[in-house]
Design a protein around this ligand. Structure first.
Ligand code: FAQ
Length: 311
C-alpha cells in the first residue's frame, strides 16, 4: 500500500517530502548522495580559499570571497536537506572527518596559479551545473528545492571563471600560456567529476528509477564535453585531448579515455591533496568548537528565560 503510493507519486512527478513513507534504500541513497554533495561544497571552498589573499586586485578578491561564501551556503542548504532524512549534522561531519564519506574527487587537486581560479569556475562549476540542473527535478522535495538556488549561483560562478580566463587569453603570451596550463591540468579531473562509466556505476540504474538522477554519468559527461569544446574555441585554448573530434554521425564530440586508475586512486584517498584537505577540515572543526559551545549555551539560556517568563 505504502509502496504503491510512493510509486504513484514518482510516476506523477509528485515530490517525496520528509514525512512521507519512502523505501529505506531510497532514504539511504539520498543520505549518501546529498551528504557527499554537501561535503564537496565545504571541501570545495579550500582550493579557492587559498587564493583569496593572493587575488590580483580588490575587485577579484571581492568576487572570489563572494563565490567561496556561496559554496559555504550551498553546503549548509544541503546538510539541512540531508537532515530531513533522519541523519544529524554531527554524524555527517564525523563521516567526513573519519574518511567514511566521500566528497568530489576534483577537490583533491592543487590550485597552483591564478589561472586555476578561472579554470575551476569554468570547468568545475561548469561540470557542477551540468550535473545539478537535472537535480532540480530530483524526486526528493528538499533536495530538488535546494538545487534551484544553488544552480542560479553556480551559473554566476561559471561565468566569473570564464571571464578570468578570457582576460588572461587576451593578455600577454605568458598569461595565455598560464590559462592553457590551467586548462591542461583541470580538464581530465573535471571529466572525472561525473563519476565512473555507466557500465561501472553501481548506483545509476536504481537512482534513475527513483528519479533522483535524471541522466546517467556518461550522458552528462558527453554534454559537458560538447559545451566546453565550443567554449574553448571562443577562448582560443586547446582542449588537451588529441582524440577530441566532432562526430557528424553522433552529433557529439568523441573524446579520449579517462585515466580510471587515477580516478579511483583519488577517490580512495590517495590523490595529491586528500590528506591536506581532510586535515584542514578537521582543524577548522576543532577550532570552531567554542562557537558551537557558545551557541548551545546561548540557546539554553534563552530557553530558560522563556520558561521563567511563561511561569
Ligand atoms: N568523486 O554509482 P556511482 C561542486 C563515487 S559540487 C568521488 O556513479 P552515484 C560545486 C560514488 O559516490 C561537486 N566519488 O554513484 C563546487 C560511489 O561511491 P559510494 C559534487 C565519486 O552517486 C564547484 C561510487 O563512486 N557534486 O562541484 C565520484 O550514482 C566549485 C560509484 O559511483 C555532487 O555531489 C567523484 N567524482 O553518482 C564547489 C552532485 N563519482 O557512495 C566548489 C550530486 C562517483 O557508493 C567549487 N551527486 N563517486 O561509496 C551526484 O550527482 C552523484 O552522486 C554522482 C555519482 C554523479 C557524483
Amino acid at each position: 500500500m505504502e509502496q504503491a503510493l510512493f510509486d504513484q507519486k514518482l510516476e506523477q512527478e509528485i515530490r517525496i517530502e520528509p514525512r512521507d513513507w519512502m523505501p529505506e534504500k531510497y532514504r539511504q541513497t539520498l543520505i549518501r548522495q546529498v551528504s557527499q554533495h554537501a561535503h564537496s561544497e565545504i571541501v570545495g571552498m579550500l582550493p579557492e580559499g587559498n587564493w583569496i589573499s593572493r587575488a590580483p586586485s580588490l575587485k577579484r578578491k571581492q568576487i572570489l570571497i563572494a563565490k567561496v561564501q556561496d559554496e559555504a551556503g550551498h553546503g549548509l542548504y544541503l546538510y539541512s536537506a540531508a537532515e530531513t532524512l533522519g541523519i544529524s549534522r554531527d554524524e555527517m561531519i564525523d563521516q567526513l572527518h573519519s574518511g567514511k564519506a566521500k566528497y568530489s574527487s576534483i577537490f583533491n587537486y592543487p590550485a597552483t596559479t591564478w589561472a586555476d581560479m578561472g579554470a575551476i569556475g569554468w570547468l568545475v562549476d561548469g561540470a557542477a551545473i551540468m550535473n545539478q540542473v537535472p537535480l532540480t527535478r530530483a524526486s526528493y522535495g528538499p533536495y530538488s528545492r535546494a538545487m534551484i538556488r544553488i544552480c542560479k549561483e553556480e551559473s554566476f560562478h561559471q561565468r566569473q571563471g570564464f571571464e578570468i580566463l578570457l582576460m588572461l587569453c587576451q593578455g600577454s603570451p605568458e598569461q595565455k600560456a598560464m590559462a592553457q596550463d590551467a586548462f591542461n591540468r583541470w580538464w581530465w579531473p573535471s571529466l572525472m567529476m561525473f563519476g565512473p562509466h555507466d557500465s561501472d556505476s553501481p548506483h545509476t540504474e536504481q537512482s534513475m528509477q527513483w528519479k533522483i538522477k535524471r541522466f546517467s554519468n556518461d550522458e552528462l559527461r558527453q554534454r559537458f564535453v560538447d559545451m566546453i569544446a565550443e567554449q574553448a574555441n571562443v577562448l582560443g585554448l586547446t582542449v588537451p585531448d588529441p582524440d577530441l573530434k566532432w562526430n557528424e554521425e553522433r552529433k557529439h564530440y568523441d573524446f579520449g579515455e579517462i585515466n580510471w586508475d587515477e580516478f579511483w586512486n583519488v577517490v580512495k584517498g590517495n590523490g595529491p591533496c586528500n590528506k591536506e584537505r581532510l586535515d584542514a577540515r578537521r582543524k577548522a572543526h576543532e577550532e570552531g568548537a567554542w562557537v558551537r559551545e557558545a551557541a548551545v549555551a546561548y540557546a539554553n539560556k534563552r530557553a530558560m528565560r522563556q520558561k521563567q517568563e511563561a511561569a
